[in-house]
Design a binder for this molecule. Structure first.
Ligand SMILES: Nc1ncnc2c1ncn2[C@@H]1O[C@H](COP(=O)(O)OP(=O)(O)OP(=O)(O)O)[C@@H](O)[C@H]1O
Length: 611
């Protein structure tokens, strides 16, 4: 299970539960005598001597409430354990047993879950007779279906994953599959349900004792103390209010723990693109520039200080198509996402300047300007649209919300954009869902959607990677058209040198979070690169002139992990030209000729040799 994220709610919940555990441990020793001593001071109101007053036998209700903590918590724990073991066991068993038993089991779970657990428990208590043990078994069994349902549902969702299919193909038995592959992957939501079940059982057990069918005298839990306190509630509310308050506080601690766990292990909280990204300006005066977009000393940093994008600076000129190329993991997407302020919320970007037009992306730029001035096209067209909404609603959203365009006018503009992106039957498409379109059509619709607000900068992050080759060409043509016809400035991200060469005016080559070379596209097309990494990328790219019978050059090794980036040049361990200086000193990006720049010590050595 992955490490939990820090959460104040979780800390508060766990601290509350810890307090009750301590209370359960010490209360009988501290308050035991007072709780059991009969006096003639019956039905006393709350006072400094008796915080919750006294009951009909003159016993101190505060002391009894404290002492009852141990039995109450033990019963809750036992109930939760029965529910979890029984429910997860049942859910797992029917999942392993095969499709028929699974369907029958699921129907049974559905029926059981539709009955309120307390009614179910009352029926069991009626059969088995009242008592603490019966209540625990009854509420435990009544809560089992919740665990069983979650287990089968989660197991079903994991069972469709590739690694489970692979294990099946390898002949792994269902029971082993469940133990090794499925249960570890569903442990987190089950943990959340455990905390919720604890709170639910507290309420249910207290309810049964309150009704007189739970814990029987001489034992007592919070519910039975509350029951006794109710006798004189109109004259003296504290004997009832005191234990109620304690039950509420314990329930709150359990609830906060459940909520905190859910937030801390939320599976979407990791790499999700969110709107809470922090971008801090590290200098206040941006350098003057006519560029449309400026990133000056931009870094994207993990909470532990690891730099995923490491101090890069670049500009995108008005009307330009700038390419960002590099191997997977080089930091291209994070650079683009920082420019769109769509970084995952666990990352922080710092920059001297980060702007698009006059929109300062550090601090808190207005949402309406962000939504309309920066357009984005993602890699996977099927994931870019919400599958439950019609295309029309999604395409027109930014226009209607931020541009305050009336519904009809927005729909007309959307249809025109779709038509311009050569999506057939545009009006009809607006009424359709994304899955009703082909992959290529969806990506064209995505481009139309991104261009609908006439953004100053269009960011296209691997827009053709998920498409087949013929559709790729169409989509690239569309981007080029948007640039040539409408003057849209584009930042195009790709790991494919061929795609970049086909569309861009200029290219930045990234390696291990840094820009290692900047080149005009003519030089890239001519294979005229200065940095050994760019040269290796070019050598690994097939061209029309590549001999079909000759294998393409491949680049040995892998880029370093951002946390293990070596000192000096990060490419040195893979570089055929590397010398000692490369691992000692980080090369700076320096101009090459009049039209490019590269960060490589070999350039200096070559110059020295010529000189
Ligand atoms: N939220 C995150 N938490 C931790 N590491 C991350 C996060 N997002 C990205 N990374 C890491 O940052 C590095 C750069 O990621 P990025 O997605 O920008 O690479 P990329 O060049 O776009 O590659 P790809 O084409 O595979 O997406 C990678 O090592 C990646 O694993």
């Amino acid at each position: 299970m992955k490490k939990l994220r820090r959460s104040p709610v979780l800390t508060l919940g766990l601290a509350g539960l810890a307090l009750f555990v301590v209370l359960a441990a010490v209360a009988p020793a501290v308050w035991g005598d007072r709780a059991g001593t009969l006096t003639d001071q019956t039905h006393l109101p709350a006072s400094a001597a008796h915080w919750f007053g006294t009951d009909a036998l003159g016993r101190d209700i505060f002391a009894r409430t404290m002492v009852a903590t141990r039995l109450t918590l033990l019963m809750c724990l036992a109930t939760t354990a029965i529910a979890a073991v029984g429910g997860i066991g049942f859910g797992a068993a029917i999942w392993v047993a095969g499709p028929r038993v699974r369907t029958l089991g699921q129907r049974l779970i559905d029926v059981l879950i539709s009955y309120p657990s307390v009614i179910f428990a009352l029926a069991l208590v009626a059969i088995l007779g009242p008592g603490a043990g019966t209540s625990v078994v009854a509420i435990g069994l009544a809560t089992c279906p919740a665990f069983a349902r979650l287990t089968t549902n989660l197991a079903a969702s994991i069972a469709g994953r590739d690694f489970v299919s692979t294990a099946r193909l390898l002949g792994v038995s269902p029971a082993r599959l469940l133990r090794r592959h499925i249960l570890p992957n569903i442990a987190e939501p089950l943990l959340v349900l455990l905390a919720v079940a604890f709170t639910v059982s507290l309420k249910a057990l207290s309810g049964l004792s309150f009704l007189g069918v739970g814990v029987q005298a001489p034992d007592y839990d919070w519910g039975s103390v509350l029951n006794k306190g109710l006798e004189g509630i109109y004259l003296n509310p504290w004997p009832a209010l005191g234990p109620s308050l304690v039950i509420i506080l314990a329930g709150l601690a359990g609830g906060l723990t459940g909520d905190g766990l859910a937030a801390a292990i939320n599976p979407s909280a990791g790499r999700k693109r969110g709107y809470r990204a922090t971008i801090e300006a590290v200098t206040s005066a941006p350098p003057p520039s006519d560029a449309l977009a400026v990133a000056d000393h931009l870094s994207v940093v993990l909470p532990d200080g690891t730099r995923l994008v490491d101090d890069i600076s670049f500009t995108v000129e008005p009307g330009e198509v700038l390419g960002l190329v590099g191997e997977s993991g080089s930091g291209k997407s994070l650079t683009a996402m920082a420019l769109a302020r769509l970084l995952p919320d666990d990352l922080t970007a710092v920059a001297g300047t980060l702007r698009v037009g006059d929109l300062d992306l550090t601090g808190r730029p207005p949402a309406a300007r962000l939504a309309t001035e920066i357009g984005i096209v993602h890699q996977d067209p099927s994931a870019s649209f919400n599958p439950t909404l019609r295309l029309g609603g999604q395409l027109t959203e930014a226009l209607r919300v931020h541009g305050r365009t009336p519904r009809r006018a927005a729909a007309r503009q959307a249809a025109e954009r779709l038509a311009a992106a050569r999506v057939t039957l545009p009006e009809q498409r607006l009424k359709q869902y994304a899955h009703e379109l082909s992959g290529g059509m969806r990506q064209r619709a995505m481009i139309a959607s991104a261009l609908l607000t006439s953004p100053k900068l269009l960011i296209a992050d691997e827009p053709t990677t998920a498409l087949d080759v013929t559709v790729q060409a169409e989509v690239l043509g569309l981007l080029r058209e948007a640039n040539e016809n409408d003057g849209t400035t584009i930042l195009l991200i790709s790991h494919d040198v061929g795609v970049i060469s086909a569309v861009c005016d200029r290219v930045l080559v990234m390696y291990a979070g840094r820009i290692v070379e900047a080149l005009p596209i003519e030089r890239l097309r001519a294979g005229d690169a200065d940095h050994p990494y760019t040269q290796a990328l070019l050598a690994a790219t097939p061209t029309l002139h590549s001999a079909v019978d000759e294998p393409l050059a491949s680049l040995p090794g892998r880029p370093p992990h951002p946390a293990d980036r070596p000192t000096g040049c990060a490419f040195a361990p893979r570089c055929p030209r590397a010398r000692r200086q490369c691992s000692d000193e980080e090369p700076l990006l320096t101009p090459t000729g009049t039209t490019g720049a590269a960060a490589c010590h070999a350039l200096t050595w070559d110059k020295e040799q010529v000189g």
